[in-house]
Design a protein around this ligand. Sequence first.
Ligand code: APR
Ligand code: ZN
Length: 384
Amino acid sequence: MTVPLGSMPAAAITFRQGAGLGIELIRLGETGPGLVRVDIKATGVCHSDLHIVDGDWPTDRPLVLGHEASGVVAEIGAGVRDVQVGDHVVLSWFAPCGRCVTCASGQAWLCSGTTAIDNTLPDGSTGFTDDDGLEVWPYLGLGTFTDSVLVPESAVIVVSDELPFEVGALLGCSVTTGVGAVVNTASVPVGSVAVVIGCGGVGLSIIMGLKLVGANPIIAVDLSAEKLAIAEELGATVVLRGDEVDVPAHLQEHYGGADFAFEAIGRIATIESLPSMLSAGGSAVLVGMTPVGARASIDPFDLADQGKSILGCNYGSSVAKRDIPRLADLYLAGLLPLDKLIGLVRPLSDASSALDELRAGVGLRSILVPAGREEELQVARPTG
Ligand code: APR
Ligand code: ZN
């Protein structure tokens, strides 16, 4: 396939099967009909990027990694109506088609027409090419570990200019997934007993969502004292070391089980233990993503007899156009301290170290910034 080449070479963090991570010069195609060119200002490093690098979700195509980002609209293609040049935006990695039955029924997160999961733009093209003119795919249709991206209009969510770019980046994936798991997927009622296993960017967002809706107690479980300290700061009322405490036994003894148990790691052993953490009628919410093809074992008698449920949750069952601006406004109103999720703010070229730290479970969410754009950030945080 021939991709029309624009004139903009940009540095990108790419992943090629067998060759691992690299920094390459890539070119961006033209801003065709329905497309928007966005200059990336900040992009988060998410465990889903790591799943690709570690081969949990195999890809035989060269990809520009990254799918959690904010930026400014640089150019709009023909027919784009809801976005203007200069708008501050968050990118949604699940760009809905807007035409399928699930979109029509208000469940944009289950869209069957999206091409995001094929890592392409809606017409099947890639937006990026390498120096030889060969296609380079945008991860989840975005590929944000670079200076500028081409994305469909439905992936572009306009937010307040007041929103710091670093915080906006987190709204692209972890926060929308985590808070959405609480308010959309599980509709957690006030006063519910809730436990969150895994306190990375997603788990900590779940904890903030639980605080927002008035769950009590909010029990956070992780292996890292650092993560548990921030969990407490963000609203956890009880923190437990998963390697020191028998979590299901503790929950049954102290609370008669949890009404809601959120898994935010994607680890089979933890997923299998969720039903034993629940009270009768409780719900386990699967937020963490396992390697493709993994299997888990459950006790179906316990589920049926005790009226327990297992809820799947992709992207926090969120309608990006509705939920991302709402979450941005909750941050600006002081009700969601999202800046506390941010760890090191560092250059794009640090992506490899940031992914290594994520694999090791060290540090808070890393934010990568394209070269020359550091001055435009708005939250004062340590830099790497
Ligand atoms: N028990 C408790 N906590 C654990 C365990 C365990 N056995 N193993 C890992 N953890 C903790 C880590 O210490 C870390 O704090 O789980 C957390 C995982 O966080 P991140 O690696 O930052 O991952 P995150 O980006 O939050 O994503 C979590 O959600 O969307 C999916 O693909 C994503 O599967 C991933 C999951
Ligand atoms: Zn993500």
